[in-house]
Ligand binder design. Structure first.
Ligand code: PMP
Length: 435
């Protein structure tokens, strides 16, 4: 806090495409998509118009007892877009949508729904009230509310709160055998397994081995445990597919969406689930099997309008098709300009999610001292050069909007490489420069 108070954060006044302008007129490339959520750029004419149009009707009503067209249309579109089970799979599709307003609440809702489903003892055909715990991954991040922190596994963010949290069985990410053991050891105790599919974002862009998510799905099925996929960060094209689950043909029982859902315009989240879960909440009035959870701004109409327009832009601009070449360029730029830098320990990337880990001595895996704030120093250098990046510890995150054009992407990676060089005090890496 002392560090933050002593620095002057730029005041952002306006945005245009992938560029942000501050109150002094300085321009910056938005290298982190305004915290991983901007998709099609700032002030996209189609999304702007959709929000304005909705503003002319009504800014907010409630989803508690009422409904509205944008929320209903969006729910239909999300169900259509969600990963689908293969024809041979006897698995219910994701057919139901529950709205909220942040990634944390999207996860919180999935946890509570899974828990309550099993608790409806004597009512649901497969009620199992002993299923009161969750399995989560080491280094997981699912948000900052107490429920999502309970399934979090990042020491710095989560350990202090331990006395406030419910128990969750933690297993190492990427290790299917460990998950198998945990599910066997806790047979009939686990309500759901919760994962960030393919990439653990806030942990510093940690990649899981190919095939792992598919194994997780198989193990959940074997133990009749629900699978919650938190695609808050990976969803909406970040990994090169609309959803990360699609890379491994996995359909979860709960799909948590937020961030890119509105193109990064307005707070909105959705928790998608199946008919099986939905039906577990049906009953006569006096049975009170309702999911008693609803936030004031749940399904806000302006946000739903922005989300519908965001999905339209994906189609009109063929965003995912056009991303193919940009992902190759991104990989090439990182390999030419960033990987050769002497203090770069590792570059981890999937699609447009990238983490660059810097270290005092990559060879001996010696990290920088926390007091050096190296990740933060790179951020400050980048700001000087006209790029907004933000570190996770000593991992410099690059997550530009999917709409970024090749020239801006080149500029962003160049500025980041220069900033890492400047901050780490390395001499110019002549070879990489010459290339
Ligand atoms: N889940 C994941 C995987 C995330 O990366 C984040 C935020 N970075 C969240 C949940 C929480 O989302 P929010 O900040 O919107 O609450």
């Amino acid at each position: 806090m002392r560090g933050w108070a002593s620095e002057q954060a730029p005041q952002i006044e306006s945005g245009d495409g992938v560029w942000l302008t501050d109150s002094t007129g300085r321009r910056y490339i938005d290298g982190i998509s305004s915290l991983w959520c901007n998709v099609h750029g700032h002030r996209h004419p189609l999304i702007d118009a959709a929000v304005r149009d909705q503003l002319d009707r009504v800014a907010h009503s409630t989803m508690l007892g009422l409904s509205h067209r944008p929320a209903e249309q969006l729910a239909d579109r999300l169900v259509e877009l969600a990963p689908k089970p293969a024809a041979a799979e006897a698995r219910p599709p994701l057919s139901r949508v529950f709205y909220s307003d942040s990634g944390s609440t999207a996860v919180e809702i999935a946890l509570k729904m899974a828990f309550q489903y099993w608790q409806q003892a004597g009512q649901a055909a497969d009620a199992a009230p002993s299923r009161t715990t969750f399995v989560s991954l080491e280094n997981a991040y699912h948000g900052d509310t107490v429920g999502s922190v309970s399934v979090g596994g990042i020491e710095l963010f989560h350990t202090l709160y331990r006395p406030l949290l419910f128990d969750s069985v933690t297993v190492p990410a990427g290790d299917a055998a460990a998950l198998a053991d945990a599910l066997t050891a806790n047979e009939q105790q686990v309500a759901a397994v919760v994962v960030e599919p393919l990439v653990q974002g806030a942990a510093g862009m940690l990649l899981q081995p190919p095939g792992y998510l598919r194994q997780v799905r198989g193990l959940c099925d074997r133990h009749d445990v629900f699978l919650i996929c938190d695609e808050v960060a990976t969803g909406f094209g970040r990994t090169g597919r609309m959803f990360a689950c699609e890379h491994e043909q996995v359909v979860p029982d709960f799909l948590c969406l937020a961030k890119g859902l509105t193109g990064g315009y307005l707070p909105l989240a959705a928790t998608l689930t199946t008919e099986r879960i939905h039906d577990g909440f049906l009953g006569d009035h006096e049975q009170f099997r309702t999911f008693f959870h609803g936030h004031t701004y749940t399904g806000n109409p302006l946000a739903c309008a922005a989300a519908l327009a965001t999905l339209d832009v994906f189609e009109r601009e063929r965003t995912l098709e056009r991303l193919e070449l940009k992902m190759k360029l991104f990989e090439q730029l990182l390999s030419d300009l960033v990987e050769p830098l002497p203090h770069v320990a590792e570059v981890r990337r999937l699609g447009f999610m990238c983490g660059i880990e810097v270290a005092a001595d990559p060879q001996s895996q010696t990290p920088y001292q926390p007091g050096e704030r190296m990740g933060h120093r790179v951020t400050l250098e980048a700001r000087e050069r006209g790029a907004i990046v933000r570190p996770l510890g000593d991992v410099v995150v690059l997550m530009p909007p999917l709409a970024i054009e090749a020239a801006d992407l080149e500029q962003l990676v160049e500025m980041t490489a220069d900033s890492i060089e400047a901050a780490t005090g390395a001499a110019l890496h002549a070879q990489a420069r010459a290339a």
